[in-house]
Ligand binder design. Structure first.
Ligand code: TXA
Ligand code: MG
Length: 348
């Protein structure tokens, strides 16, 4: 039985927070909102509980988890040695949607790091996540609260859809703000490297850390896995998705033609377009995503839109890349490329 407790996102009530903290302390699995997506939390120092979490999600044990703490002061016991960049990054971006990969200390179980000698840590900003971490008074390992390979949950209903009966508790704090997962920044190599783009952009990081670079082989499955969760096929809707990249007019023309041909052939078709993109095909399902000029709005709606298309039972999805101009544009393109798993059409 999964219990659902409603909390006020801006000012969470003490009672449900205390219940959720007690559940975590007892080794339970608790889904809670962060500013990015809902996380599925478990005591990060309880190896048996972490194994139950992997089982509940159907997640391969080779994919390491992010450890969440209430404040930058709480990372010391989890980290081996001093990493000089952390102080300035924490001062600028924590609490917030930035995860740092650091050398791990011996108290972090292998189950959390998938046996790596590094640990991913973040301080979430959402008031519910903050209240829960403070009440539990321990590090909480939390992947996104979805079944493995399903889109991350941005509402409590998404968590229930995937995990009802498999976890103990859901704190329902309404829809999350950012909508895509945190930026993951690896500080353990020679050069600080963004392994996963998010709301803290490369440009923002560069202001604090001029040497920072994006991961070289964006979304490639070839070669050794620096971060196993970064397999190309990861953020997937059930239906195959084709991504159209390039100049707006050329990609809309090509996408429109392909979507209509598929529809004419008798398939159920879904499209992911900006709300102001011209597109007229009766019978094609088009969830709202936000205007092309507002990447933050599109990111906030992206995973809900993918789930809506799945729920509508579409056979095929045609998606347009947002204009890749700074902000959350890069994160959206990254997630859509993974969902497309190689089906990318380059247009003029
Ligand atoms: O916004 C978020 O980050 C959300 C919320 C709940 O905090 N969490 C999240 O967790 O997206 P998850 O498990 O879905 O994604 C964690 C990512 C994976 O790509 C994983 O491979 C990477 O972080 N990661 C974790 N530990 C790592 C490590 N030691 N080295 C490199 N990558 C790591
Ligand atoms: Mg995930």
């Amino acid at each position: 039985m999964t219990r659902i407790l409603t909390v006020t996102p801006s000012q969470p009530e003490p009672q449900p927070i205390a219940e959720a903290a007690t559940c975590l302390k007892g080794g339970g699995l608790v889904a809670f909102p962060t500013e990015t997506v809902y996380g599925l939390g478990v005591s990060a120092l309880d190896a048996a509980a972490v194994r139950r979490l992997f089982a509940a999600k159907g997640r391969p044990a080779t994919d390491p988890l992010i450890v969440h703490v209430a404040s930058a002061r709480d990372i010391a016991p989890l980290v081996a040695g001093q990493v000089p960049e952390v102080e300035a990054l924490a001062a600028r971006f924590w609490p917030g949607p930035l995860t740092l990969v650091l050398p791990r200390s011996a108290i972090v179980p292998d189950e959390v790091t998938a046996g790596l000698d590094t640990v991913a840590i973040r301080v979430p900003a959402h008031p519910v996540a903050q209240a829960l971490l403070r009440a539990a008074a321990m590090p909480v390992a939390a992947p996104s609260a979805n079944l493995f390979s399903r889109p991350s949950p941005t509402r409590a209903a998404h968590v229930v859809e995937d995990l009802d009966g498999r976890i103990d508790l859901v704190l329902d704090g309404g829809p999350t703000q950012v909508g895509v997962e945190s930026t993951v920044l690896d500080l353990t190599g020679d050069v600080p490297t963004v392994l996963r783009p998010g709301a803290v952009t490369l440009e923002m990081l560069r202001a604090v850390l001029p040497a920072v670079r994006a991961r070289a082989h964006e979304g490639s499955d070839a070669g050794p896995q620096r971060s196993p969760g970064l397999l190309t096929r990861h953020y997937s809707p059930r239906a195959p998705l084709t991504l159209y990249e390039g100049s707006r007019d050329a990609l809309l023309e090509r996408l429109g033609r392909d979507a209509q041909a598929s529809h004419a052939a008798g398939r159920r078709v879904g499209v992911l377009l900006a709300d102001d993109d011209p597109f007229d095909a009766p019978g094609v399902i088009r969830p709202p995503l936000g205007p092309a000029s507002d990447a933050a709005a599109m990111a906030a709606r992206l995973y809900a839109a993918l789930r809506e298309l799945d729920a509508a039972g579409v056979d095929e999805i045609f998606a347009r890349a947002p204009p890749a101009t700074g902000g959350l544009g890069a994160a959206i393109v990254d997630r859509l490329r993974r969902a497309a798993a190689g089906r990318v059409v380059h247009c003029g």
